[in-house]
Design a protein around this ligand. Structure first.
Ligand code: PAF
Length: 283
C-alpha cells in the first residue's frame, strides 16, 4: 500500500490502476480508524479491484467550538489497519493541499433539506463541509464506487443526494454500523469517554432498540415513544440533542403510514456528542 500526499500523485496512481482495467473503490475517512472503518475498506475491496482510502480531518466540517484541534491523529496505526483490510492506496493530504486557495473562497456544495435538521441543526454548516470535501475527493479519485458507514445516516443521505443531483457516475454503498459487544456503535469519539461514561453509553442503542421493537409491534405514536426514551436517557445522565423517528429516505418526520423508518439519536455524555440510529422496514 502506497501513501501519497498530493493530488498529482493520487491521480497518477489511480490512472495507472485504471489503465490496467481496474475498478476503483473509495473509502473517505478522517483517520483514527476502528473496525467500523476497516469494514468499509473490506467492503470496497470486495466490490472493486483497487481501493483508495483517504485520511483527512476536514476543517470545513467542524464548527468553531468543536473538536478539530483535539481530533485524534494516529497515522501509523491507521496505515497498518488499512493494509490489513486490503487498501491499495492511501491519500493523506494537508489542509493546504485540499484547500490551496484557502477555505474562505472555496466553492461550497450544499444539499438542501437533507442537510437541515437533526445534526445539521446543532452543527450549522457541517454537511456543507462534508458535501464539499466529498465532492472534491470524488473529483480527485473519480471512483466507480464509494463506501460510507450507515452510522452517519444523515451524511449518507446527503452524499447519495449530491451524487444524484450532480450526475456523478459513482455507486454509493452504505455499510452497516459496527458495534461493540455491549451495543455501542464504534466511533472515534468513544475515545473521549471516561470509564463511567463508557459504561453508560450503550444505553443509547438500547433506547432506540426499545423504540424499534415497539414500532415493529404496531405502535405509531412516535412522540410518546421518543418522549419516554428521552426521559430514560436523561435519567442516565445524557443530554439529548435529538431523538426522532423519521422517514428513512427523505428524513422528514415519520407518519403512521410510512414503512421505511429510521430512529436517529444524538446525545451528549459530558462534552462528548454521540450519535446512533436504527433503520427498520415495517411489514
Ligand atoms: O464520516 C467521515 O469520517 C467524514 O465526514 C468524511 C465522509 C470522511 C468527510 O470528511
Amino acid at each position: 500500500m502506497n501513501t501519497v500526499k498530493t493530488v498529482l500523485e493520487l491521480r497518477a496512481a489511480v490512472a495507472r490502476a485504471r489503465s490496467e482495467g481496474k475498478r476503483i473503490g473509495l473509502t473517505p475517512t478522517m483517520g483514527n480508524l476502528h473496525s467500523g472503518h476497516t469494514a468499509l475498506v473490506t467492503r470496497a475491496a470486495q466490490r472493486a479491484d483497487f481501493v483508495v482510502a483517504t485520511i483527512f480531518v476536514n476543517p470545513l466540517q467542524f464548527g468553531p467550538n468543536e473538536d478539530l484541534a483535539s481530533y485524534p491523529r494516529t497515522l501509523a496505526a491507521d496505515q497498518e489497519k488499512l493494509l490489513q483490510a486490503g487498501c491499495n492506496l492511501l491519500f493523506t493530504p494537508s489542509v493546504e493541499e485540499m484547500y490551496p486557495h484557502g477555505m474562505g473562497d472555496q466553492t461550497i456544495v450544499s444539499v438542501p433539506h437533507l442537510s437541515e435538521g437533526l445534526c445539521g441543526a446543532s452543527r450549522p454548516g457541517h454537511f456543507d463541509g462534508v458535501a464539499t470535501v466529498v465532492s472534491k475527493l470524488f473529483n480527485m479519485v473519480q471512483p466507480d464506487l464509494a463506501v460510507f458507514g450507515e452510522k452517519d445516516f444523515q451524511q449518507l443521505a446527503v452524499i447519495r443526494a449530491l451524487v444524484r443531483d450532480l450526475n456523478m457516475p459513482i455507486q454509493i454503498i452504505g455499510e452497516p454500523t459496527v458495534r461493540a459487544a455491549d451495543g455501542l456503535a464504534l466511533s472515534s469519539r468513544n475515545g473521549y469517554l471516561n470509564e463511567e461514561q463508557r459504561a453508560k453509553a450503550p444505553a443509547l442503542y438500547r433506547a432506540i432498540s426499545v423504540i424499534a421493537d415497539a414500532i415493529r409491534s404496531g405502535e405509531t405514536h412516535f412522540d410518546t415513544l421518543t418522549g419516554a426514551a428521552k426521559r430514560m436517557l436523561e435519567g442516565d445522565g445524557f443530554r439529548i440533542d435529538y431523538l426522532e423517528v423519521r422517514e428513512a429516505n427523505s428524513l422528514r418526520p415519520a407518519t403512521a403510514q410510512d414503512r421505511d423508518l429510521v430512529i436517529l439519536v444524538a446525545a451528549f455524555l459530558g462534552t462528548t456528542r454521540l450519535i446512533d440510529n436504527l433503520h427498520l422496514t415495517k411489514e
